[in-house]
Every structure is written in structure tokens, then in C-alpha cells.
Design a protein around this ligand. Structure first.
Ligand code: MLT
Ligand code: MN
Ligand code: ZN
Length: 309
């Protein structure tokens, strides 16, 4: 069985976002109708002792401080963190790597494309190569997640490319689709060794072709991109000019939205994660929250735990 901890449920910026006074951010500041959430990341473990971090959020320090399972158990220094897996090179998924410097040994797994992005940015050399090995994931193949010493964590991962977009900070304004390549964004099917059921982690996903849906079986669980409720949410909230698709995300609602597209796929559970602070589902009493619940979805929240068995 795979243990899952939601370390952060918010999209980039978190909730509340430092410079945002939208309805949801204000509600979170007041602690009324909305609860603060950190930027998206999860931890999974097959044995409860060795944990695999999926994405390294800028809020990682706060997330580890809030999570006893990730804290050192032996003197003087140690960590239950056995490996890090990255789904893309977005700032909200890699910036936390910089906070993991302190002579701790763990590998960083990512697609070849994302490894090249890390390679090209010398600041990531704060992670000593002698301690922090960079390993390239083999796409479309189940593989064991190994710790720094090559010992099996008991976690299995099958990575696969999904429709997405190059990280915002790497966009080429002159190139088609901003210079995105297939390995910019991957989805992960995570499981515990010997277990048939899997957790699909897709915190950023721009479209949902049938071949992705066909990967999931009824016993599987899904954590899916819940950035916005509507395609034009950033615009109608007056906080930006980009649609959800322009940002490489599928909105929750509408004919081509995530709720409609996943409706015919039977699953053990489905949760939205990577929720932007403009998304009205974050307000506990909103009609949008009621709508996702009525459609069989849960909203991930910081500190939530569940098991995939
Ligand atoms: C996204 O999820 O679209 C990105 O995290 C945006 C960003 O980098 O701010
Ligand atoms: Mn993001
Ligand atoms: Zn806001």
C-alpha cells in the first residue's frame, strides 16, 4: 500500500499569495471560508519510513516543519527523504531544491528535458553532486525509485509525457507553443511494490487525450490539475490576461474541462490539486465547491493523508 501526504495543494503563489487581494486570498487571510495552502507537492511512501517527494515547492521548509513523517529520527543528522521526483521545471516545482542543500544524500529523478534545465542553471549546484545524484527517468516504463545508495524505497513509478507547456520562465515568445517539447511535463503513476492500485499524479495538464485516460484502471486514484475553475478566471478576476490553456492548464468546468473529461472514467478517488488562489472552489461555501463535490471530486488540502491500496 502507498501512503500519500499532501504537503501543498495550491498552485504557484500559494494561498494567500503575497500580493493578491482577490476574494479567496482575503478569505484565507481572515481564516474565514478558506484555509491557507502552500504550493503544490506531495510525499509518498511504501513503508512509512522512506519517503519520496514529488516536486520541490518553494514552501518546502514550512511543509517539512508541518509533517512529522519527514522529520529527522536519528542524531545528529538524517532524513526520511529518500528521493525527489520532478514532473516539470516550473518554479513552484523546482525552487524547493535549493532548500534541500545541507549535505544530505538523495537522488533527483526527472525527464531528460528537465534534467537539462537543472544542468543549465548553475544555482542548482548548491546540491553537491557527490550527495545528490541526478537520474533521468525512463518514460513509459515502470521502474523502482532507489535511494542515494541504490536501495529500493519500495515505491514504483511509471512516468509518461502529458500535454503541457514549457515552464513560464523558459518560454520562447517566438516559437510555436513557446518552445514546449513533450518531456516538459510528465505524469507519474506511483505505486507500492506488489500493489496493483496506483496513484496518478498530474498537477499540470493542458489537455486530456484518450490514451492518458486509458492508462487508469478503476482501482487507481487520481490527483489532477485544478488550477482554475473557468478558462478565463484570471481575466474575470482582474489579476491577469492569460486563459487557463495559455498557462498549460485545463479548467475544471465547461465542456472541455476536467470534470467533463474525467466523468466517464471510473476511479477509486479523484482529487484536484495545484489550485490557484483565484479558484472559487477554495471557498468552502461556494457553488463551485458544491459542483465539484457533486461530480465526485475532492479538493486536496495541506496535511491531507490517504492510502492507495
Ligand atoms: C504554472 O503552473 O502554470 C506555473 O507554475 C506558473 C508559474 O510559473 O508561475
Ligand atoms: Mn504551477
Ligand atoms: Zn488571490
Amino acid at each position: 500500500m502507498l501512503r500519500v501526504i499532501i504537503l501543498g495543494a495550491a498552485a504557484g503563489g500559494g494561498l494567500p499569495q503575497w500580493n493578491c487581494a482577490c476574494d479567496v486570498c482575503q478569505a484565507a487571510r481572515l481564516g474565514h471560508r478558506a484555509t491557507p495552502q502552500t504550493q503544490s507537492s506531495i510525499a509518498v511512501s511504501a513503508d512509512g519510513a522512506h519517503w519520496v517527494l514529488i516536486n520541490a515547492s518553494p514552501d518546502i521548509r514550512q511543509q517539512f516543519a508541518a509533517t512529522p513523517a519527514l522529520q529527522p529520527q536519528s542524531f545528529p543528522r538524517s532524513s526520511p527523504l529518500s528521493a525527489v521526483l520532478l514532473t516539470n521545471a516550473d518554479v513552484d516545482h523546482i525552487a524547493g531544491l535549493l532548500s534541500l542543500r545541507e549535505s544530505q544524500a538523495f537522488p533527483v529523478y526527472a525527464s531528460g528535458r528537465v534534467q537539462r534545465v537543472l544542468e543549465a542553471n548553475a544555482v542548482f549546484n548548491v546540491l553537491d553532486r557527490q550527495q545528490v545524484a541526478r537520474r533521468t527517468l525512463t518514460l513509459d516504463q515502470p521502474q523502482p525509485v532507489l535511494d542515494a545508495n541504490g536501495a529500493d524505497t519500495g515505491v514504483r513509478v511509471e512516468p509518461f509525457t502529458i500535454p503541457g507547456k514549457v515552464a513560464l520562465w523558459l518560454e520562447d515568445p517566438h516559437a510555436a507553443n513557446f518552445g514546449s517539447v513533450p518531456e516538459d511535463t510528465i505524469g507519474l503513476a506511483l505505486s507500492a511494490v506488489g500493489s496493483r492500485s496506483r496513484l496518478f499524479y498530474l498537477p499540470g495538464c493542458a489537455a486530456l487525450p484518450d490514451d492518458i485516460k486509458a492508462r487508469l484502471r478503476p482501482e487507481d486514484s487520481l490527483l489532477f490539475d485544478g488550477t482554475t475553475f473557468t478558462e478565463d478566471e484570471m481575466i474575470t478576476c482582474g489579476v491577469g490576461h492569460k486563459t487557463a490553456s495559455r498557462m498549460g492548464h485545463l479548467p475544471m468546468s465547461g465542456e472541455g474541462g476536467a470534470i467533463a473529461l474525467w466523468q466517464d472514467v471510473p476511479l477509486a478517488r479523484k482529487l484536484f490539486i495545484h489550485i490557484n488562489n483565484t479558484n472559487p472552489v477554495l471557498l468552502a461555501d461556494s457553488p463551485e465547491r458544491a459542483a465539484i463535490v457533486a461530480a465526485g471530486w475532492q479538493l486536496a488540502r495541506d496535511g491531507m493523508e490517504f492510502c492507495v491500496e
